[in-house]
Design a protein around this ligand. Structure first.
Ligand code: NAD
Length: 355
């Protein structure tokens, strides 16, 4: 009997369908050599759902996601939706899906491939060996806080965290740190924001349960600077929703391309797996998007499902393909033996993963 998983696929907009198709190709290749099988169901979210249902998150997508073992997601958004009222915007679909799945912890590993140190905008000696993990709170903070309003001449949002919300994300970060180098940098703005003062207080309390983990605190402005100055000082970065959003994009440039950063969002019954980048409308439909972040997200999904061997196959295949010198267009200048399309990169990884 093979392990069978029900996967909800949400391809989304822009490059979303292109990159999710490649991840599925790799998953199917893995299924052919490991004792696993996948049953996929596709759901609409984002701009494509607005086009069909006038709703960025149809009820069918929520129930489909909740009734699966995991959700693999591409990206949503596009300029044609920018003028819609905020409730109809594609991004609102994603925010609501995260909330519906109760995936309050977003895990974003940023690990540099030895073959791609040159692709970073930072010096090789600064980035070689970077291996950090951003643990970002995902369903609270200023992105969800009420009240929120835009009037003609004034607009406001609310940055709010409860003790329990901070506790549960801190616990995820401490547990992750225990599997790694046992160091946490908690990023806040406690010199200015009350919400950050509570954040810091709760994280310090939690640290008492993890005496082996070294805990340090850093203001977000300093953290942005330190990420560029010396990213190797970080092991686990624990932070809130908006700070994590911004810092993990900065971390992507350390790694060389935003097309290389995967993420998992966990905490509820069903996990959500997605690249950290957006729908890249500027390159959509050209076959040049890098599918690696999405394929790595599929590997994180397999790991969380307990399919460690299958996940290792994918991670090793990505390393091997890069070692062989295959590069997508975003990495074309960096030691490329051959520049390949989105589809070709997916096929190469699928092939190497089954060797
Ligand atoms: P983006 O991440 O889509 O693109 C930023 C830049 O990175 C672009 O130049 C793009 O071409 C490039 N890029 C992104 N992914 C790439 C990949 N896999 N391979 C090669 N290059 C890649 O960010 P943006 O341009 O600010 O936003 C575009 C749309 O995506 C907006 O509508 C935004 O709201 C949405 N967005 C969605 C998500 C999500 O779905 N999770 C996240 C961020 C932005």
């Amino acid at each position: 009997m093979s392990n069978k998983y029900k996967i909800a696929l949400i391809k989304g907009d822009g490059i979303g369908p292109e990159i999710v198709d490649e991840a599925v190709k790799v998953l199917d290749a893995i299924a052919s050599v490991e004792n696993i099988s996948f049953a996929y169901n596709e759901y609409l979210m984002g701009g494509c759902a607005v086009d069909v249902f006038d709703n960025p998150l149809p009820a069918d997508t929520i129930s489909g996601a909740l009734n699966s073992d995991a959700v693999l997601f591409g990206a949503i958004g596009g300029p044609q939706y920018d003028s819609l009222p905020s409730e109809k915007r594609p991004e609102m679909g994603l925010l609501k899906l995260r909330k519906a799945l109760n995936v309050f912890a977003n895990i974003r590993p940023a690990v540099i491939f030895d073959e791609l140190t040159e692709a970073s905008t930072l010096k090789e000696e600064v980035v070689k060996g970077v291996n950090l993990l951003v643990v970002r709170e995902l369903t609270g903070g200023i992105y969800f806080g009420e009240p929120r309003e835009k009037k003609e001449d004034v607009a406001y949002n609310t940055m709010i965290y409860t003790r329990d919300e901070i506790k549960r994300i801190a616990k995820v970060a401490f547990e992750q740190a225990m599997q790694r180098d046992k160091k946490i940098t908690s990023v806040d703005k406690a010199n200015v924001l009350e919400v950050s003062k509570l954040w810091r207080e709760v994280v310090i309390e939690m640290s008492k349960d993890y005496p082996e983990v070294r805990l340090e605190h850093m203001y977000v402005d300093n953290a942005a600077m330190q990420l560029i100055r010396n990213p190797k000082q970080f092991d686990v970065i624990l932070t809130g929703n908006i700070f994590g959003d911004i810092l993990s994009d900065a971390a992507s440039m350390i790694i060389g391309s935003i097309g290389l950063l995967p993420s998992s969002s966990i905490g509820g019954k069903v996990g959500l797996y997605e690249p950290i980048h957006g729908s890249a409308p500027d390159i959509a439909g050209q076959g040049i998007a890098n599918p690696i972040a999405t394929i790595m997200s599929a590997s994180m999904m397999l790991r969380d499902l307990g399919e460690l061997k299958a996940a290792d196959r994918i991670d090793n295949a990505i390393k091997d393909v890069l070692k062989e010198g295959y590069r997508t267009h975003d990495l074309a200048n960096f030691d490329a033996k051959e520049v390949v399309s989105t589809e070709e990169m997916g096929s190469l990884i699928a092939e190497y993963a089954t060797k």
